[in-house]
Design a protein. Structure first.
Length: 319
């Protein structure tokens, strides 16, 4: 049995067991080590944050110290991007997840990394918009905080972590200037994604921007080098459902599908950055008929970042 198949089946079983969150946590921590935050992972997150902000400041044509509100979809285990956005001048950061994966210990670890990078000079090198007055405030909060209540520091940094259904956040309409996600959209079923984009439309301020980094390749290829990044395209939908599970769902949408969702929600694509996989890898597999209507160029995309702006006039409509 292939390694990726075994992993998919194990995760599928875990997701259906009682207290599956804790079993999945154990699986990630001790079998994959994915919950270890180190310099490499932290630097990668900061660089991803920089790319998002570069797009925002480029297309907003504004001074970087202007206050702006941010909506992050998919907080994950470590709230690195929200803290980085605060330090770079965001007025309010709403970070949304369907599950609470944040702990006091992880929040404290994130802040320790930020302080260490600030002291080394690496923080302002990667994020040139960092405001030192905000770094000082974060440092004081960290020094004086109760270690058992580190999560409360986030709100003092104007970061509001909300566990909710992103299809209906309850946030104020027309209140968000910048929507961001990092390798999150590919984990969400298409019908739910369309509803989330409808919520983005409701929340978007006039001429709001979005920047979404999306992995469009088979995630199992990262841990099983015997398969290509296009592996999941071999399987018809009914068979792929056997490998998909609640903890590692992959929707298999292509970059063009995400562009259509942006446009349907009233957002105009400004930039699209694509990374392509080897054409030889694509030609090695026999594609399922589910992918017959896609161009070869679209199928080759394994990673994309889409930047778009909200068309206020006539944009708010039923999707």
């Amino acid at each position: 049995m292939s390694y990726w198949v075994a992993k998919a089946l194990i995760q599928g079983i875990i997701s259906k067991l009682p207290s599956s969150y804790y079993r999945d946590f154990f699986f990630h921590k001790y079998m994959r080590k994915s919950l270890i935050l180190n310099d490499a992972k932290f630097t990668l997150k900061l660089k991803e944050c920089r790319r998002h902000l570069e797009s925002y400041f480029l297309f907003k044509v504004c001074n970087e110290r202007r206050l702006f509100s941010i909506f992050e979809l998919g907080t994950g285990w470590f709230p690195i991007l929200p803290v980085a956005f605060y330090l770079c001048g965001a007025s309010k950061i709403f970070t949304i997840d369907r599950t609470n994966l944040i702990t006091d210990k992880r929040v404290k670890k994130v802040l320790d990394f930020f302080i260490d990078y600030a002291d080394r000079g690496d923080l302002i090198t990667i994020l040139p918009w960092v405001r030192m007055d905000r770094v000082s405030k974060m440092r004081k909060l960290q020094e004086n905080a109760d270690p058992s209540c580190a999560n409360t520091i986030l709100e003092k940094l104007n970061i509001y972590f909300i566990v909710c259904d992103s299809q209906d956040t309850g946030l104020t309409a027309s209140s968000i200037d910048f929507f961001v996600s990092n390798t999150t959209l590919e984990y969400i079923p298409e019908n739910i994604l369309k509803n989330i984009f409808a919520e983005f439309q409701r929340l978007a301020s006039p001429k709001a921007l979005m920047s979404h980094l999306i992995i469009t390749s088979d995630h199992y290829a990262d841990i099983d080098h015997c398969i290509t990044p296009f592996n999941f395209m071999k399987y018809p939908a009914w068979l792929w459902r056997l490998f998909n599970n609640n903890w590692h769902y992959q929707n298999r949408l292509r970059a063009s599908d995400y562009c259509k969702m942006h446009e349907a929600a009233g957002f105009e694509i400004l930039q699209k950055y694509d990374d392509l996989g080897p054409i030889t890898d694509l030609e090695r597999i026999r594609l399922s008929k589910d992918f017959d209507d896609y161009s070869k160029d679209d199928l080759l995309v394994i990673r994309t970042r889409i930047v778009s702006t909200f068309r206020e006039a006539g944009a708010r409509r039923q999707i």
